[in-house]
Design a protein around this ligand. Structure first.
Ligand code: 5AD
Ligand code: SF4
Length: 486
């Protein structure tokens, strides 16, 4: 266990161990020595910041990277002008890539003012060979580049930035390895993501994830449960199980267990009060899972069920492996079994060959399913995916029109859906002080809807009863009830 290791007792004068995670502990200890020298030379300790792009998976990876930096002795800051700046990138859509290039331009001038500054890049975008070529040619001031498969080696790579001059690039094509027991620095003390699997085997034709995150690999259930028990002992009340397709969890394990089975085990852990998970592929969502959700007192009343398109022709070209009818039947079954569930989704508009008629099919599903929220994306062509080579890319103007139509329907139905609980009392996990008004707290209902209400910051991390007084579109304004009122 990492918390049982005394890093100061590790002998860094002999060579590094071969096996993991001992090898990374060795390099963290070695980084500490470099950091100590930095403090002596500059009369202050080095600062580090991580900027995270993309999904929950990246957010969790950043917590692990921050854990290493903290153990190495860095002061963690949110400032981009830190001595060590790391961008954890996303490449699901091209606009995420463009933002990284834009921000790198800004970092270049910051580095001129602080020559001790080191700039590092990691994450999905780095798994693309064309990106690496571009960085090598035009962004020579970047010190370290690594990918998604060797992220567990961060301590070792960080050490190399002290020992070597010039740009260090280390990208792996794939890995079978899952390294446990590295340090983590959580953003919230009361809730945490937990990776249950890595990679994806689905190859939806528009999606770059299987190419940059590799094949699906599940963690052993014992490792997951041990991690959650530890988190619960540290005061974590809400856990979010993370995977690209949690419904296929366990398929490649020697001792088979499925996702429903894993949930049953997580449910038993004392101290865990809420269980969430992300993401569910509709084609793999089992009756057993619906049953487990229905019977559970801890699994949240929220299911994110990406639709992508409501047109059978487009679904087929997307390689989603379900039809509009199958999706609708599944949504109906879920609503019937768990009436208070909130269903959210992802939708892509402008996939190659999509007509306005296809968009109408998507809108039809939105109306029938009545999503509480839907993330609507404009199709982005990703080099190397089958869809990028499809000839009939949709003209921009038509995409815009379809997108606006979808968005309007999503907003109208979501407003109605979210408002269903107006006047009722909900249990809310208080997450933070409101961004815009310091007198308010912000928390989440079990169904993931946000609630803002007046209250004191000591309540952060607690689950409290709140009267849902007014629905404002996607969220509620509420009033805290005394525990005895609830
Ligand atoms: N273009 C637009 N949206 C995409 N997504 C994945 N790949 C693309 C792409 N090429 C969306 C899907 C997925 C979400 C995480 O991102 O809707 O569910
Ligand atoms: Fe991409 Fe499809 Fe895998 Fe999701 S299930 S990560 S959309 S390939």
């Amino acid at each position: 266990m990492f918390n049982e290791i005394d890093l100061d007792k590790i002998d860094i004068d002999s060579g590094p161990p071969i096996e993991e995670p001992a090898r990374q502990y060795y390099f963290i200890a070695k980084c500490r020595e470099w950091v100590r020298r930095f403090c002596e030379n500059y009369g202050r300790c080095p600062t580090a910041s991580i900027q995270t792009f993309g999904c929950q998976m990246n957010a969790r990876d950043s917590e692990k990277l921050l854990g290493i930096l903290r153990q190495a002795g860095y002061d963690i800051t949110e400032e981009e002008s830190a001595d060590f700046v790391l961008f954890n990138t996303c490449t699901v859509r091209d606009n995420a890539n463009q933002r990284v290039y834009g921000r790198l331009g800004e970092l270049k001038s910051l580095k001129k003012q602080n020559p001790a500054m080191k700039i590092a890049l990691c994450g999905c975008m780095m798994q693309e060979p064309t990106v690496i070529e571009k960085l090598r040619a035009s962004y020579r001031f970047v010190d370290l580049i690594f990918g998604t498969h060797n992220i567990f080696r961060f301590a070792e790579l960080l050490c190399r930035t002290y020992e070597e001059q010039g740009m260090i690039v280390d990208i792996w094509e794939d890995t079978e390895q899952i390294v446990e027991d590295l340090p983590v620095e959580r953003k919230y003390p009361f809730k945490s993501g937990i990776n249950i699997m890595f990679g994806c085997n689905n190859f939806c034709s528009y999606c770059i994830v299987p190419y940059v995150r590799g094949r699906e690999r599940s963690r052993e259930p014992e490792d997951i449960l041990r991690e959650i028990r530890q988190l619960a002992a540290q005061g974590v009340a809400e856990v979010m199980l993370l995977g690209q397709n949690v419904n296929s969890y366990g398929r490649n394990l020697k001792k088979p267990i499925n996702f429903a089975g894993l949930l049953r085990e997580v449910e038993k852990i004392e101290g865990v009060e809420r269980i969430r998970f992300m993401t569910s592929h509709p084609k793999d969502l089992s009756d057993e899972l619906i049953e487990v959700m229905k019977e559970s007192g801890k699994i949240c009343r929220h299911l994110h069920l990406p639709l992508q398109s409501g047109s059978n022709r487009i679904l087929e070209r997307m390689n989603r492996r379900y039809t509009k009818e199958q999706y609708l039947a599944l949504a109906q079954k879920i609503r019937q079994e768990i009436p208070d569930i909130a269903i959210t989704t992802d939708i892509i508009v402008g996939f190659p060959g999509e007509t306005m008629e296809d968009v109408e099919d998507t809108i039809d599903v939105i109306r029938q399913v009545r999503y509480d929220n839907a993330f609507t994306f404009i199709y982005s062509k990703r080099t190397g995916t089958p869809a990028a080579a499809m000839p009939d890319q949709v003209p921009e103007e038509q995409v815009r029109e379809g997108f606006d139509r979808v968005l309007k329907v999503v907003q109208d139905t979501a407003r109605e859906q979210v408002a269903r609980y107006q006047g009722q009392v909900a249990k809310v996990l208080v997450e933070e002080i409101n961004d815009h008004d310091e007198s308010l707290l912000t928390g989440r209902m079990s169904n993931n809807t946000l609630v803002h209400f007046p209250g004191s910051p000591e309540l952060i991390g607690r689950i409290v009863p709140v009267a849902l007084e007014k629905c404002q579109g996607f969220y509620y304004m509420g009033r805290l009830l005394l525990e005895t009122d609830g």
